[in-house]
Design a protein around this ligand. Structure first.
Ligand SMILES: [Zn+2]
Length: 160
């Protein structure tokens, strides 16, 4: 049951929580991205809007594939686009997910790990609740406790 996932327990950090105006804009952009989704198989149209700590907003939508396994989620396409546009140093402040199916829609496990690659545990994630309930906002720490991370003593390779 999806309801078993609610409510989230960690308090939301005010520093990463978008204000009401930002949240409305992110929601609008996420829904607009969902209208561009490529979902001929599931007909589940998802969009995501990523607010970077730099203030930039990047959107993505799900892109399905006939093999199904190669389908990419809205969150992942938005993050890949953010890296392509702004480089590998991007940091995510918040993400809003929307869909056109009036369905609860939390980021999947793969997306949570992808978000963790570029976001602090305090980043906020907003997504549609079940049965047309208001959207839910929580933190990455709540969605992905114990995220996988590589510990390394080496500096990353330099680029020229
Ligand atoms: Zn996903």
């Amino acid at each position: 049951m999806i309801d078993a996932c609610y409510p989230f327990t960690n308090p939301l950090p005010s520093t990463n929580m978008p204000d009401a105006v930002q949240l409305a804009e992110l929601s609008r952009l996420a829904e607009a991205a969902a209208h561009r989704a490529y979902a001929p198989y599931s007909h589940f149209y998802v969009g995501a809007a990523v607010l970077l700590e730099s203030g930039e907003i990047v959107t993505g939508c799900n892109v399905e594939n006939a093999s199904f396994r190669l389908t990419t989620c809205a969150e992942q396409t938005a993050i890949a686009s953010a890296v392509a546009q702004f480089g590998p140093g991007i940091r995510i402040q918040a993400i809003v997910v929307a869909n056109l199916n009036n369905t609860a829609c939390q980021p999947c496990g793969a997306c949570r790990q992808t978000i963790a690659e570029f976001a602090p545990s305090t980043a906020t994630i907003t997504f549609p609740g079940p049965n047309a309930q208001p959207t839910t906002t929580t933190t990455l720490a709540d969605l992905l406790p114990g995220a996988f991370a590589l510990a390394t003593s080496q500096q990353p390779a330099t680029r020229d």
